[in-house]
Design a protein around this ligand. Sequence first.
Ligand SMILES: NC(=O)c1ccc[n+]([C@@H]2O[C@H](COP(=O)([O-])OP(=O)(O)OC[C@H]3O[C@@H](n4cnc5c(N)ncnc54)[C@H](OP(=O)(O)O)[C@@H]3O)[C@@H](O)[C@H]2O)c1
Length: 297
Amino acid sequence: MKERVLGASGVKVSRLVYGCMRLVDGDRSHGKRAVQAAIDAGFTIFDHADIYGGGECERLFGEVLAGSPGLREQLFLVSKCGIRFAGDRNADAPKRYDFSRKHILASVEGSLRRLDTDRLDLLLLHRPDLLGDPGEIAAAFAELKASGKVRWFGVSNFRPSQLSLLASAVDEPLIVNQVEISLARLDAFDDGTLDQCTELGIVPQAWSPLRGAVLPSADVEADARVRRELDRQSEHYGVADWVVALAWLLKHPAGIAPVIGSTNAERIRLAPASLGVDYTREDWYRLLEARNGCEVA
Ligand SMILES: NC(=O)c1ccc[n+]([C@@H]2O[C@H](COP(=O)([O-])OP(=O)(O)OC[C@H]3O[C@@H](n4cnc5c(N)ncnc54)[C@H](OP(=O)(O)O)[C@@H]3O)[C@@H](O)[C@H]2O)c1
């Protein structure tokens, strides 16, 4: 697995991220085999959230760490906070976002406990809280940094203006913006997200990178056009269609890091093949054209 430096942290991590959201979708032994397959394939950066599997994804991962002394030091652990589901604490509470100092600190405590670790390497704010106060977030980050409970900070699903505002308030650099990018979600390419990441040295991570390739999008006809073109490119490059879809993301100069969500050990093993594809500009635009149903202007 190739490595990359994670922005201003200076820390080297695997070029692909392993996403832990689906670890308890099947039985727990399947989830643990997926984690082991990711470690064996060379993934060193693992993406969690306090809410994945209602906390069970972090708990399962913590059990893997506890069973493997020394493993924790080899990995870079990411978790997220800020989404609260309906009924959280009070039965009549609505789904909401919560970047209050109190919730951020409590969420991190919960993640540390479930992951069975004394620190998160990176904490991401999961989705913009419309009531989030940058000064209050900055205070929570400073407290977490000072206590050693979180080493680095970042955001997820933030628009460029939201990221700029937060960056102006916090002492620590924001090193990641994790957003949805795929052949079915093209917004980041022209809404300023990837431009901002490049300008500020922030690593863009792509969640659900296979939407519109193997995961369906809302546009059935576009999916069919994309699959036809992926079939052709798959044959040309000698890798699976979904591996081509990852190579398409990796081609972008912003250094997009796809977050791989498969729990299938064979697919996890094959994902790094996307890093070895000598992918052309022409094929990149062919897939864009297939998605849009027309050539670029
Ligand atoms: N920040 C956010 O708001 C946010 C939101 C969603 C997700 N995430 C992160 O992003 C990660 C990845 O998201 P994701 O799981 O949606 O991404 P994904 O990697 O695009 O999708 C994974 C899903 O696609 C299936 N799949 C993969 N290859 C396939 C193939 N060749 N044929 C059929 N099915 C295939 C997988 O099934 P198998 O397991 O059977 O391979 C799995 O169900 C998550 O784990 C999480 O860490 C973040």
